[in-house]
Design a protein around this ligand. Structure first.
Ligand code: PAF
Length: 285
């Protein structure tokens, strides 16, 4: 029987720094993939991409409390650290950084980070605490790991835009790479939250990407975007989603709104709920 490969796990920031400093002294470049664990093929694709771009790869596994509102699923968020460690090893990750909440956030910490416009609207409107929490933890992680390159999934497209702006505005010397969303055989974007879905829910969830693709195709023909957004939201409800937070067709670079897709590259983005499970997806128009 083949042995399951192991990835080294560090929890204190000091231990992380010791390992990364040793790598840098040996001339190795460092790639980084931040995650909240419950890893799936989408995360592992990020790790493999980081491995292509750097000599050594660190992945963090940290369910970040500051990006969850009180009513959200922090307590229920899936946790499977042992399995995550195996999957990371198989994907070629060299080090898993899994700090405790106390290691990450001192009880008397007072610093916050506000990214401004890119964090407003869309996810920012429905989850007002989210991007402050993401900006804070990503800033800390990038400071702790000091990677040459960090890889994020396009699945959380607004998060990618927020992180790019944060890194630019704070002069953080890490190249940010966005990797296209990994989907199942039915086009459903892989997400740790898919674990909450029953078979019947999954059949509904798998309609999301097709409905967005149709709205995007019509927008690309020059149709005004507002009616297309409303039509796609109706189509999601008809497909069995219980509620739709938004369907929006926006400029790719800063997610600002426009009336019709002109020359600027555009993205169609949506968030909708099945029961208590909130799914997001997006794709290029
Ligand atoms: O995308 C995620 O999993 C999280 O938002 C991140 C980037 C790991 C920060 O907690």
């Amino acid at each position: 029987m083949a042995d399951t490969p192991l990835v080294a796990i560090v929890r204190p920031v000091a231990d992380l720094r010791t390992t990364v400093s040793a790598w840098k002294r040996q001339g190795f470049t460092v790639g980084f993939v931040p995650t909240m664990g419950a890893l799936h093929d989408g995360h592992l694709a990020l790790v493999r991409e980081a491995k292509e771009r750097a000599d050594r790869v660190v992945a963090s596994v940290f369910v970040n409390p500051t990006q969850f509102a009180a009513h959200e699923d922090l307590g229920a968020y899936p946790r499977q650290e042992g399995r995550d460690a195996e999957l990371l090893a198989e994907a070629g990750c060299d080090l898993m950084f899994a700090p405790s909440v106390e290691e990450m956030y001192r009880p008397d910490a007072t610093t916050t980070i506000s990214v401004g416009a890119p964090a407003e609207g869309l996810e920012g409107a429905f989850r007002p605490q989210m991007f402050g929490g993401v900006a804070l933890v990503v800033s800390k992680l990038l400071n702790q790991v000091q990677p040459d390159v960090a890889v994020f999934g396009e699945k959380d497209f607004q998060q990618l835009i927020v992180v790019r702006r944060l890194v630019r505005d704070l002069d953080i010397p890490t190249e940010i790479i966005g990797l296209p969303t990994i989907r199942d055989g039915h086009g459903l974007a892989l997400s740790s939250r898919n674990a909450y879905l029953s078979e019947a829910d999954l059949a509904v969830a798998r309609r999301l990407n097709g409905i967005l693709a149709e709205a995007g195709a019509k927008a690309a023909l020059g149709d005004p975007v507002a009616p297309l957004e409303a039509e796609a939201a109706q189509a999601l409800l008809a497909a069995g989603f219980d509620s739709v937070d938004y369907v929006a067709i926006r400029r790719t670079d800063d997610l600002s709104a426009f009336e019709t897709v002109a020359d600027a590259p555009a993205r169609v983005l949506a968030a909708a709920k099945i029961g208590r499970t909130r799914l997001i997806d997006n794709m290029a128009v």
